[in-house]
Design a binder for this molecule. Structure first.
Ligand code: NAP
Length: 291
């Protein structure tokens, strides 16, 4: 239950009806006994009017999802450091006169890796996919001080664009760009990728429900050289990409903890309160999609 004094928050996107954020945010509020309401808003026309309207209504915080994560930046007063580099925002916090933008996906990825005890410091990274989520992965990797990043994509020009701002801020990291179609067999995998023990991030929608029988790379030699992996997809809970690691007894995680911790961080920013691990555990149980 909430009262007329409740803190107001929500998520803006198009489409938005599939979003798990209302369930997640209202669960956190209920567990902590906070007077809080969180709604989903499908924005058809003007994002600018929506942001101004939200401010006028006294909405304290917003999550921003596809397709507005970049466009929203031009309607904000301030940006956090990570949002400036990534060029995408998923959380707004009300400040005097408007909103400040954050990218809490960064926190989500960092915490997911930490909880799984996957260490990326000084490691070679292989990143599959070069879209918005890949940018947050790039930032986390650069900030943690990885040795190299090999970015694999269908479109090399787009991949270079995705990396540009992170590359400019972290010039010491060695970047390689590889076309996905080049990685067909053992020979090409040995030629283009680091020798051994790289950490692989899967940041494309390949393997997502309902296309669960696909992995972005099907050649086993790719996985033989991996030390550990993270698939940003969380539905299904065990993707085909992950299965290659599981078959080899290697560490691998899906994107569920990333999803949970980005939401937890947003809740903390809006409410100035720490969300404990017991609530994270509850969220994991609640959101595990194919229990
Ligand atoms: P996006 O901006 O649309 O980027 C998707 C990337 O995947 C692009 O580089 C795209 O390449 C590539 N791709 C798409 N289909 C492909 C295919 N069939 N083969 C090879 N590459 C393909 O999407 P995004 O926002 O980065 O999200 C990517 C995925 O991450 C989502 O599907 C979602 O499952 C996951 N995600 C998870 C979380 C979380 O909290 N766990 C958060 C955000 C995203 P082209 O540019 O060549 O099309």
């Amino acid at each position: 239950m909430y009262t007329a004094k409740a803190k107001l928050a929500g998520i803006i996107g198009k489409p938005i009806s599939h979003s798990l954020s209302p369930l997640m945010q209202m669960t956190i509020a209920k567990e902590l006994g906070i007077d809080f309401v969180y709604s989903a808003f499908h924005i058809e026309e003007s994002l600018e009017k929506a942001i101004k309207g939200a401010y006028a209504l006294g909405i304290s915080g917003l999550n921003i999802t596809i397709p507005f994560k970049q466009e929203v930046i031009s309607h904000l007063l301030e940006l956090s450091d990570e949002a400036k580099v990534i060029g995408a925002v998923n959380t707004l916090v009300k400040i005097r006169g408007g909103y400040k933008g954050y990218n809490t996906d960064v926190y989500g990825i960092k915490m997911a890796l930490e909880k799984a005890d996957i260490n990326i410091k000084q490691k070679d990274i292989v990143l599959l996919g070069a879209g918005g989520a890949a940018k947050a992965v790039l930032y986390v990797c650069a900030k943690e001080g990885v040795k190299s990043i090999s970015l694999i994509s269908r479109d090399l020009e787009k991949a270079e664009g995705t990396c540009a701002s992170v590359k400019a801020v972290f010039p010491d990291i060695n970047f390689n760009f590889i076309k996905l179609s080049e990685l067909e067999d053992k020979k090409s995998i040995n030629k283009y990728l680091p020798k051994n023990n790289y950490i692989a991030f899967q940041a494309s929608p390949v393997g997502m429900h309902p296309n669960v029988d696909k992995a972005i790379i099907e050649c086993r030699d790719f996985y033989d050289k991996c030390e550990a992996g993270m698939d940003l997809v969380y539905n299904p809970a065990k993707t085909k990409f992950m299965q290659y690691f599981i078959d080899d007894n290697k560490k691998v995680i899906n994107g569920l903890d990333m999803l949970i911790y980005q939401g937890v961080r947003a809740f903390e920013l809006w409410n100035g309160i720490e969300v404990g691990e017991e609530i994270v555990l509850k969220l994991r149980q609640l959101l595990m999609l194919d229990k």
